[in-house]
Design a binder for this molecule. Structure first.
Ligand code: IPD
Ligand code: CA
Ligand code: CA
Length: 258
């Protein structure tokens, strides 16, 4: 197994290089393609970033496997050994339409257990990260554990997939019990909102392993719950309807949807 502190240093260097690349390409015209739908986009930057990160991982850690969104990784059938999860740009629609509110995300798991999670808010230049058992940091500053607030005491984040494609009436009850609903369009940035104590939960459908894995490591440092809507553990080989929440909000959400 790799030395975690050494890997942590490398990942931070790679994220800094990625940020420079995004900054340098700001004035260049983006090449945008549709994937499964008109609002499921990929740009040349998503591809370039994932390719660069997978190349670096393969050079430094040739025995590790990679699960990435844009196809430069491996086909995974299990989570044995060291597995890297990469979302080169989380919030591609925001990247294209807003030029802000997107993140670069990396997670490292060993035999299915989260060891390291990194979410870099590119426009704010803030890297939220955690090494299992060592607390959560924003850049080099420790992040204080947020209060264990209940659903009724806080704001609830969600994603537009849940609102437009799923049985929304089920979730309206939750929204109604909370103080209000918020939606940023980036799973990673919603995790940061939870880590800051700005929202008490994030409920989202169709999240892929790379949307979940980095944030799971960060929020588990605070003892937050990350589960599928049926209460089972998330499956990092598949898409999941996912709840990220404070322990109190999680219990209330489960009571309402089950
Ligand atoms: C998406 C964003 C969005 C969430 C989607 C994700 P992408 O990631 O995190 O907020 O609702 O489910 O797929 O495609 O921009 O990396
Ligand atoms: Ca994503
Ligand atoms: Ca992405």
């Amino acid at each position: 197994m790799a030395d975690i502190q050494e890997r942590d240093k490398l990942i931070k260097e790679w994220i800094a290089e990625t940020a420079e690349k995004i900054e340098a390409a700001k004035s260049e015209r983006l090449n945008i393609e549709e994937k499964s739908a008109r609002n499921d986009l990929v740009t040349n930057m998503d591809k370039q970033i994932e390719k660069a990160l997978t190349d670096k991982i393969r050079t430094q850690f040739p025995n590790d496997r990679i699960c990435g969104e844009e196809g430069f990784g491996d086909e995974l059938e299990d989570l044995d050994g060291t597995v890297w999860f990469i979302d080169p740009i989380d919030g591609t629609l925001n990247f294209v339409l807003q030029q802000e509110n997107f993140a670069v995300m990396i997670g490292v798991y060993e035999n299915g257990i989260g060891q390291q999670g990194y979410i870099y808010d590119v426009t704010q230049k803030r890297l939220y990260h955690a090494v299992k058992g060592q607390g959560v940091y924003c850049n080099e500053e420790p992040v204080e554990k947020p209060e264990n607030k209940s659903l009724t005491e806080g704001l609830l984040a969600t994603n537009s997939q849940l609102m437009t494609k799923d049985q929304f009436s089920e979730y309206r009850k939750l929204a109604d019990q909370s103080m209000g609903v918020r939606m940023l369009g980036s799973a990673g940035l919603e995790v940061i909102e939870l880590a800051k104590g700005n929202v008490i939960g994030y409920i989202a459908s169709k999240l892929s392993p790379w949307d979940i894995a980095p944030g799971k490591v960060i929020l588990e440092e605070f003892g937050f719950k990350i589960r599928q809507f049926d209460g089972t553990e998330v499956n990092l080989l598949n898409r999941n309807k996912t709840i990220f929440a404070t322990p109190r909000a999680y219990d209330e959400i489960m009571t309402n949807i089950s």
